[in-house]
Design a protein around this ligand. Sequence first.
Ligand code: NAD
Length: 372
Amino acid sequence: MQIGIPRETLPGETRVAATPETVKKLIKAGHAIHVERGAGTAARFPDADYEQAGATLTDAAQALGCALVLKVRRPTPAELPNVRQGSVLVGMLDPFDADGLRTLAEAGLTAFALEAAPRTTRAQSLDVLSSQANLAGYKAVLLAAHYYGRIFPMLMTAAGTLKAARVVVLGAGVAGLQAIATARRLGAVVEASDVRPAAREQVESLGGKFIDVPFETDEEREIAQGTGGYARPMPAAWMARQAQLVAERCKQADIVITTALIPGRPAPTLIQPETVAAMKPGSVLVDLAVERGGNCPLSVAGEVTEHQGVTLVGLTNLPALLPTDASALYARNVLDFLKLIIDGEGNLTLPADDDIIKACLVCKDGQVLRSA
Ligand code: NAD
């Protein structure tokens, strides 16, 4: 199959959908790979390495015009005219954005949104949400450390003792757990909260303390279990008790990292402006949910701001700040997904009973197949 790897053109998008390592494997499987010149430059994969792996270097139109196009992000309006009707697109296509999916269906693409894969053992190796959130959780801690005017570990020196930083992590999914692990490695004292009861054990196994918001009704307990591993919106009474407890913990904290998300919905508000106002001057809040409205209404997407002495880090797309590793993991996720949709002869195959394919296939024959 002719496979195209275009350069990503969204501002700040430094990742690339295939690396020389995955290109080599695709070529070994009998495919012809067309990499747009400079596609891997921002991720530190030079054109020469793709050529050495056996790819042909080409321009944007040719890479986008291949029968199978591998992307990181959904094609922009400027890119879409170069994508051929009937071709196959694999990428992070934002499956909850109905308008965006319609543009892909209207372009006549068979499109697979990798974020829509189920959270099952079989899908683990192609789980782009996990591979990218893991890196985002790590980078969130390093950003917090960068903007914090003190150090994380306790330090006893001849000039006096420095106290360990207190870190609060809200949302202990993939990103949150990596943030806890990273902050612990730097020597911080860590507390974390999540609505899912299963998170307690994971937080504690990383050396964090779980901020417990006890359930008071069967309804609260039932909703907190979530669906398919994901959280559901909690009842207002539980959210109010959580907010009170979180506010108390945040007042004592030096760093707060929020990662709470509910698929297909705006991020839940976990930190009220009054809580930020009560935080210590010099403390730092990193809001990883900012692209979905934020866990704190004061965070501004794409910006680092200050509110009453508290630094609010609203930078978006943190995996793109680690482009080499983010691309390496993403490209392996893509490669594993391709094994499901390409048969031994190198042709596209769409087994109707495959739950991963069914979940990821968002557009086919001019139709959007997913109700966002
Ligand atoms: P996510 O990014 O959708 O959300 C991040 C976290 O925010 C979740 O842990 C969620 O419970 C939490 N959250 C939502 N509302 C909250 C609130 N009001 N207060 C506090 N926390 C709140 O989730 P994710 O990181 O993608 O992971 C979701 C789950 O899926 C986790 O249990 C993870 O371990 C699991 N998972 C399973 C697999 C697999 O089995 N293949 C792969 C990856 C993740």
